[in-house]
Design a binder for this molecule. Sequence first.
Ligand SMILES: Nc1nc2c(ncn2[C@@H]2O[C@H](COP(=O)(O)OP(=O)(O)OP(=O)(O)O)[C@@H](O)[C@H]2O)c(=O)[nH]1
Length: 295
Amino acid sequence: MTHCGTVAIVGRPNVGKSTLMNHLIGQKLSITSRKAQTTRHQVMGIWTEGDMQVVFVDTPGIHIGGKRALNRYLNKAASNALQDVDLVVWLLERDRFTGEDAFVEKQIRESGKPLIIALNKVDQVHDKAKLMPVAQKMQMRFPDAEVVPLSALKGHNQDTLMALVGKRIPEGPFMFDPDQLTDKSLRFLVAEIVREKLVRQCGDELPYRTTVEIEKFDEQPDRVYINAVIFVERKSQKPILIGHQGSRLKQIGTDARMDAAELIGLPVHLELWVKVRDRWSDDEAALAQLGYKDP
Ligand SMILES: Nc1nc2c(ncn2[C@@H]2O[C@H](COP(=O)(O)OP(=O)(O)OP(=O)(O)O)[C@@H](O)[C@H]2O)c(=O)[nH]1
């Protein structure tokens, strides 16, 4: 008899949700960066071993006080993800518990789903005894939950986490082919890789409201030809992205090409363009056009 179920990885922005999913799946499916709110789309990561299939849903970080259309979309996508899963893995950062974590806690309680609480980034804690008070506090607040310290980045305790997840997965047929790693297309994943590189290169200089569209994705037997357009909101952001004599855009292109080639398993020819799309993140219609459909 096979087991199959869905698991939402939730937590406030920047706790390491995407890092955890990428390590569990062993593939770069979800983009990561030091900048909060990197994850915008819901990406499924599919883990299959023996007669067990676990479908992880990496959600955009739940955050408070979003005024713009994009922020509203992100919050809605995150709370929707909680409704449809068999289990929730809630990530906290070491022994920290912020107001945003309290907001996530409220949403988890409302969902009433079985829960595993993971204290992430424990590689940053020398004295592991420091984690005890927060672990005990969380255990008292959620007596039915399991609490596990781990490092998504270094892989510490991920086997323990998977064993706990496995125990909660119901019997049922596989939802996906055992070889499949994600529900998303290569085209989509490459757009996300480009976005990761530009967030990493530009950091706080560029508002996070920047998006990427793949205009050409031509798979030849020996090479893949990709044209991607980066949309910024204002003309003044274009030179920031392009950099001195095009150096920054070139670096983004080089980094993205290497990751894309690794993902696809073929050499990649990548061309990047920068275009201005006015105030798109405030405009629901423009969001829909870029693939941010009502979740
Ligand atoms: N030291 C350490 N750093 C980590 C660990 N897990 C994640 N990080 C770092 O934390 C930062 C945020 O990680 P992400 O995986 O992008 O976080 P996220 O929760 O998906 O963020 P959003 O997309 O904003 O919701 C990155 O710089 C990661 O490298 C960990 O176990 N240890």
